[in-house]
Design a protein around this ligand. Structure first.
Ligand SMILES: NC(=O)c1ccc[n+]([C@@H]2O[C@H](COP(=O)([O-])OP(=O)(O)OC[C@H]3O[C@@H](n4cnc5c(N)ncnc54)[C@H](O)[C@@H]3O)[C@@H](O)[C@H]2O)c1
Ligand SMILES: O[C@H]1[C@H](O)[C@@H](O)[C@H](O)[C@@H](O)[C@H]1O
Length: 341
């Protein structure tokens, strides 16, 4: 007998939410898209109309409360996440919340506590999709196998062709873009980040006025590792995300994107994706597929509210370092104390 599919509602059907709605409606097995909601109700209606039987619900909180919705994927802007995740926890709904979990570490920590106290079990996964990307997963396996010895250094490059219009504040680069590498470093090292230093060269002339772009972040990891990350969100080139891990017996690099090199017209080369939807298409598919599978088993198997909270605490230290270029210590609550059963 086949199990009934997980009925999912998507909140916020802009760039990312539309992409997720489409994967849920067309290619995630064991899950079905049943409803969408957006602050722009015309937008919700337009996306719902693409898929037979999918309802547009005007108020996101009504979607969360709806009995026909078993699990919720939140892809609204970060400022809306706190209220919507809280509502999901109050209704006991499994949730996949796009990064960042919330806009600051205090509210993220509150979600960790509400999940523990009110829901009594993990319900929320945070959308750090690099963990599901086949290349990142292979790198992590290689490091876990121990064949390269102990991990010493990680170097990340994270470039966007251009930044969205609302990226006017240099802190947005930390909170919205660097946050991915914060999670990657915590995940690859299996350790928390102790201090963050944010260095900024003279900004690119292509960056909007006032945006310190590019930025270089240095993380000192608990246990002695070090990581560097260049984030450059107006590189003009395309979407480029690379990661090199340096260990005692060798190094490994991912994200070179060199599957196929074409030679023609006296030139050779490959393609650079325009944005994350192409580069991480497989990662998002696997992320949502694994999330749906875990919801049906009644568990959370991906990045947790703690991971979302820890990332926001690191970003807060990063923003504090932006002005001075000096290392800033990450203030993290005691995990064992907070997550004590
Ligand atoms: N994992 C990734 O690689 C990745 C990539 C892009 C965006 N994101 C994240 O996805 C989220 C959405 O980003 P985006 O680029 O799709 O933004 P977007 O601006 O393209 O879309 C946001 C949508 O949410 C709607 N909205 C605004 N306020 C809302 C509210 N209170 N409730 C419900 N809907 C609301 C807007 O009308 C819009 O349709 C953000 O958290 C962002 O950081 C993640
Ligand atoms: O919200 C987006 C998203 O998280 C992308 O993956 C990242 O590359 C962008 O810099 C960010 O603005």
């Amino acid at each position: 007998m086949t199990e009934r599919p997980l009925r999912v509602g998507v909140i916020g059907v802009g760039t990312m939410g539309t992409d997720h709605a489409d994967r849920l409606a067309t290619r995630i097995s064991g899950a079905e898209l049943v409803a969408v909601a957006d602050a722009d109700s015309a937008r919700a209606a337009e996306v719902a109309a693409r898929y037979p039987g999918v309802r547009a619900i005007a108020n996101p909180l009504d979607l969360i409360a709806d009995d026909a919705v078993e699990a919720v994927l939140i892809a609204s802007p970060g400022f809306a996440h706190e209220e919507q995740v809280l509502a999901c926890l109050a209704h006991g709904k499994y949730t996949l919340c796009e990064k960042p979990l919330t806009m600051d570490s205090a509210s993220a920590l509150r979600l960790v506590e509400v999940e523990r106290d009110k829901a009594g079990r993990p319900l929320v996964q945070v959308g750090f999709m690099r963990r599901f990307d086949p290349e990142y997963a292979e790198l992590r396996r290689l490091l876990d196998d121990g064949e390269l010895g102990r991990l010493l250094l990680v170097h990340n490059i994270h470039r966007n062709k251009t930044s969205p219009a609302w990226f006017r504040d240099s802190a947005a680069i930390v909170n919205d873009s660097l946050v991915h590498e914060v999670d990657v470093c915590r995940w690859l090292f299996g350790a928390e980040i102790e201090t963050v230093t944010l260095l900024t060269p003279t900004p690119s002339g292509r960056a909007p006025e006032g945006l310190r772009d590019p930025q270089v972040a240095i993380f000192q990891m608990a246990g002695g590792g070090v990581a560097t990350t260049e984030v450059f969100v107006n590189s003009q080139v395309g979407y480029e995300v690379r990661c090199e891990a340096v260990a005692e017996l060798g190094s490994a690099t991912i994200g070179l994107g060199q599957e196929m090199l074409v030679r023609r017209d006296n030139a050779y080369g490959g393609r650079i994706p325009d944005d994350y939807r192409e580069r991480f298409a497989r990662a998002y598919d696997i992320e949502v597929q694994e999330w749906a599978r875990a919801c049906r088993r009644g568990v959370v198997a991906g990045p947790t509210t703690w991971d979302g909270y820890a990332a926001s605490a690191v970003c807060e230290a990063g923003v504090a370092s932006l002005g001075t270029g000096q290392p800033v210590r990450v203030e993290l609550a005691d995990r064992a104390e907070i997550l004590r059963p």
